[in-house]
Design a protein around this ligand. Structure first.
Ligand code: ADP
Ligand code: MG
Length: 685
């Protein structure tokens, strides 16, 4: 039955190859895709008015005859198509912009339904860009019509027609798969009803019920999948057992500082995971500067001391090198052999390193995600740590969990993920939070200014540099050409170097530079040779230069709140008082609001919650990069109540039937497998 859903669109009557292609460009290839192509809004056509009853400024539906053939004419840059239409009570003009084909479609003498806003323009009553459709001879009941997101080659009419057909064809394939007890308990509409009514509701209440059910499904299936993964990991007894109880003393003794209480707590949580026969699957959330690296090094140390190998993956080369240096410093003194898998290695050296990893001549491997995932064979891999991980989705987690000897996985992130979202993203993982900063840090004083402050900001830079400190200046673009009014790193660096600070070294760092160049600059900055660094956001994650005390962000309005928070986290890492200057000329209220949140708060979690509140899910601080599933309907902020219900329901279903082996759960099981396999989760894998 489900096969009907997988049929290509051409299976629908009236859809040929060229129209199917138009749909394809909108991401719709199968009947199922089409059913999941949800309306973005509805138009209420139930309120059929006569022309004399129209209230200006409101969306109305009228039934009117086209008096004479519509005419196209040009008005400035537009083509305007204009038609006079009338019913028994009056007449008005209907106009469309840049849709000249309408002149051909609308026939003089025919009667149509028109739906749109009526306004007075140039002293004339006119309806702007109304939707229209031929009034059938047989009297049809006016309805609530769906409005779909359009791409160029598709019209509302085409989509509505196709969806109607698809709903008819799908019929029983949309059979209910949820236990009726769940439907009843959570007041959920039937699946068939939900699909029919989200597209063609009789009432807005019906549309609401349909929507609620489909949002529930999005959450429910995703939650079920994560719970399944968790179960997979929990049940196995194939985890590596790393016993580090009491063996960390000499490592801790060499540190220049005692661990914070939060670090101690998180480390003991990790130790417990490591020595259990179930593979660790843990997420560490710790704001920038909370000291995640040491915790990671402890994990690598414990594994190596117990005869296992460890891998640590970073998102960028710069960061991998930094971790490598740290590993050399903290691990090598104990005879632990560390190597760097760097993109700049020659093929030959790379092969050599691969060989050493395979024969266990190396204990700890540090590199970028790509390099380590490329198919490195470990002799005895005990722990995998990803730092500032991005795009490490459900599928990769399944892959790791599925390995015969599942390594312990530790995921570290500085992106503060609001609790509710963390459950969605990482519902299969245990979560530890580093919620304490190392002592002696004072908050980074943050200011928001416009360009009239340039001179003062430059003197501020000079003051810090004179005092022996260092400065980051972040630009949103690499080169001038990209977007005209944005400060570009390349131009700004040469301006600052030549005009403002001719006597100081001004460095440049951006993503288009070769890895070696980047490293060179980063090293020069880290060692203090370069006091001022103009950079794009490549310094965003992880980079640690404690002597840097001033962070200036140009075009701050261009960055997400969390990104700005990350950038700010590059300063205030040492004992010196630090500052962040957010520069923007934007007067927009929401930009002002966002900047104020940063000026007022240093708490990443609070900032993330505010960002979520202000923007809705949208692309909240690059969560999509984190593998946030691409929910079609669900809004993670507005629909939290439904998420909670979905979590309860998932718990309930799995308690009753942990393996989903009962026949009535078969369809559900298939749905979850389909979800994990792919399409639905495309974005997060
Ligand atoms: P992040 O969590 O952002 O990765 P890092 O691990 O880079 O933070 O740590 C930031 C800085 O704090 C480093 O210079 C590190 O040496 C220092 N640090 C880490 N833990 C402590 C601690 N317990 N006491 C004092 N300084 C610490
Ligand atoms: Mg870090």
């Amino acid at each position: 039955m489900e096969e009907i859903l997988r049929q290509p669109l051409v299976a629908i009557q009236g859809i040929g190859p060229s129209r199917a292609e138009a749909f394809y460009h909108a991401g719709v290839a199968s009947i199922e895709d089409l059913l999941n192509y949800f309306p973005r809004d509805y138009e209420d056509q139930r309120n059929l008015l006569s022309i004399s009853q129209i209230t200006l400024g409101e969306d109305v539906m009228i039934r009117a005859r086209v008096l004479s053939s519509p005419q196209n004419f040009r008005k400035g840059r537009y083509t305007v198509c204009k038609a006079r239409i009338a019913d028994e009570t009056g007449a008005l003009s209907a106009v469309w912009f840049n849709q000249p084909f309408i002149a051909k479609n609308l026939k003089a003498g025919e009667t149509y339904y028109f739906y749109g806003k009526v306004e007075r323009k140039y002293n004339q009553i006119q309806m702007s860009s109304p939707q229209y459709r031929l009034a059938d001879q047989q009297s049809e009941t006016p309805s609530i019509e769906p409005i779909y997101p359009l791409t160029t080659a598709l019209t509302q009419k085409m989509i509505r027609g196709a969806v109607k057909e698809a709903l008819l064809m799908a019929g029983d394939a949309l059979e209910e798969y949820l236990p009726s007890a769940i439907l009843q308990r959570y007041h959920l509409a039937q699946l068939g009803f939900a699909y029919a009514k989200i597209h063609f509701p009789d009432t807005f209440e019906a549309a609401g019920l349909a929507r609620r059910r489909l949002i529930f499904d999005e959450f429910f299936i995703q939650q079920m999948a994560l719970r399944q993964i968790k179960k997979l990991l929990d049940d196995e007894t194939k985890g590596q057992i790393i016993d580090s109880e009491g063996k960390d003393a000499e490592f801790l003794a060499q540190l220049r500082f005692p661990l914070t209480n939060a670090q101690k707590r998180v480390w003991s949580e990790i130790q417990e995971d490591l020595c259990s026969p179930r593979a660790m699957n843990r997420l560490i959330q710790g704001d920038v500067g909370s000291g995640k690296t040491v915790v990671a090094m402890l994990g690598l140390y414990a594994a190596a001391k117990d005869g296992y190998q460890g891998a640590m993956m970073a998102p960028t080369e710069v960061l991998a090198r930094q971790h490598f240096a740290e590993a050399i410093r903290l691990l090598e003194p104990f005879g632990i052999r560390v190597c760097l898998l760097s993109g700049s290695l020659t093929a030959k050296t790379k092969r050599q390193v691969y060989g050493q990893i395979q024969t266990h001549e190396v204990d700890v491997v540090i590199g970028t995600h790509a390099l380590i995932q490329e198919g490195v064979q470990f002799a005895r891999l005990g722990i995998v740590i990803t730092d500032e991980q991005h795009r490490f989705g459900v599928r990769q987690r399944v892959a790791l969990a599925d390995k015969s000897a599942a390594p312990n996985v530790l995921v570290m992130t500085a992106t503060p993920i609001p609790r509710t979202l963390a459950m969605i993203l990482y519902g299969d993982m245990d979560i530890s939070i580093l919620d304490e900063m190392p002592p002696g840090r004072s908050p980074v004083k943050t200011f928001c200014v416009d360009h009239t402050y340039d001179e003062r900001v430059y003197s501020f830079v000079r003051r810090e540099v004179t005092a022996g400190r260092q400065v980051y200046i972040i630009c949103p673009a690499v080169e001038e050409s990209e977007e005209s009014e944005l400060k570009s790193a390349v131009e700004y660096q040469s301006f600052l170097q030549d005009v403002v600070f001719p006597d100081l070294k001004v460095g440049l760092l951006h993503g288009k530079m070769r890895p070696e160049q980047k490293d060179e600059v980063m090293e020069a900055f880290a060692s203090g040779d370069i006091p001022i660094l103009v950079s794009t956001t490549v310094v965003e994650v992880g980079v640690n230069v404690p002597n840097a005390t001033l962070m200036i962000v140009e075009n701050a309005e261009r960055f997400g709140l969390a990104q700005l928070h990350q950038l700010r986290g590059r300063v205030g890492r040492g004992q010196h008082e630090s500052y962040c200057v957010l520069k923007t000329d934007s007067k927009q209220a929401n930009v002002r609001k966002r900047m104020k949140i940063l000026v007022d708060s240093q708490d990443g979690f609070y900032i993330a919650e505010e960002d979520l509140r202000l923007r809705g899910t949208g692309d909240v601080f690059g969560l999509r990069q984190h593998g946030l599933p691409d929910f079609k309907l669900a809004d993670l902020y507005k629909d939290l109540d439904i998420l909670k219900i979905a979590q309860q329901a998932a718990e309930e279903v799995l308690t009753a039937d942990p393996l989903l082996s009962r026949p009535e759960n078969l369809r559900l099981k298939q749905k979850i497998e389909q979800f994990v396999d792919g399409d639905v989760l495309k974005n997060s894998l």
